[in-house]
Design a protein around this ligand. Structure first.
Ligand SMILES: Cc1cc2nc3c(=O)[nH]c(=O)nc-3n(C[C@H](O)[C@H](O)[C@H](O)COP(=O)(O)O)c2cc1C
Length: 172
């Protein structure tokens, strides 16, 4: 079975997972921007980082995939929030449902991984976005502070790295 690993990243966490999976599986790992024609692959692993609830590059890449019902598809998200938290996983999946063709999410194997953030490396747009989100999040009542919101508040303006390459085996 021939396959490919695609990743969508801004700062490298998703690429770290993709490259480790490539090392372990022997499959090629490529940025979604360089994906090209995917029709020849029977197996597609998409690893994309979460930005404001969206999985970077996923909709544009998997949305144009023809004949996906006959392919093995694995989709992994990479985000800051705790992926053991059921509410967080449900929120991520709700967002994915809106970004994927009908039925693809149920067809695919889904994995939720953790990334990291280093505020000193964020571009201006992301710094501004996180500043706005933080100010809004801080003032939320406790019951509205989801795992995602709490992770953002706890790590604001810091450098944290939750990448755990041992979880790559779940994608194989
Ligand atoms: C502007 C911005 C928005 C983000 N939105 C989310 C989000 O909605 N959910 C989440 O879990 N993490 C979110 N994050 C955290 C990133 O998903 C996390 O830093 C990830 O590791 C980045 O991956 P990358 O290094 O592959 O780009 C956001 C980060 C930034 C800078």
């Amino acid at each position: 079975m021939n396959g490919i690993i695609l990743y969508g990243t801004c700062y490298g966490s998703a690429k770290q997972y993709a490259d480790e999976l490539s090392r372990r599986s022997g499959l090629l790992s490529v940025s979604y921007e360089d994906a090209g024609d995917l029709s020849a692959y029977d197996r597609i692993v998409y690893i994309g980082s979460l930005y404001a609830g969206g999985v970077l590059g996923m909709a544009v890449t998997l949305g144009k995939l023809a004949d996906w019902q006959s392919k093995q598809i694995v989709i992994a998200t990479v985000g800051l929030a705790d992926n053991e938290n059921e509410e967080n996983t449900q929120n991520i999946r709700k967002g994915m449902q809106r970004q994927l063709p009908a039925g693809m999410m149920e067809h695919a194997k889904l994995v939720h991984l953790r990334g990291g953030i280093d505020y000193s490396r964020l571009n201006m747009k992301h710094k501004v976005m996180m500043g706005l989100l933080y100010r809004k999040a801080k003032n939320l009542p406790p019951e509205k502070k989801t795992a995602e919101v709490r992770a953002m508040i706890d790590t604001y303006n810091q450098g944290v790295d939750f990448v755990d390459l041992s979880r790559v085996d779940e994608l194989l």
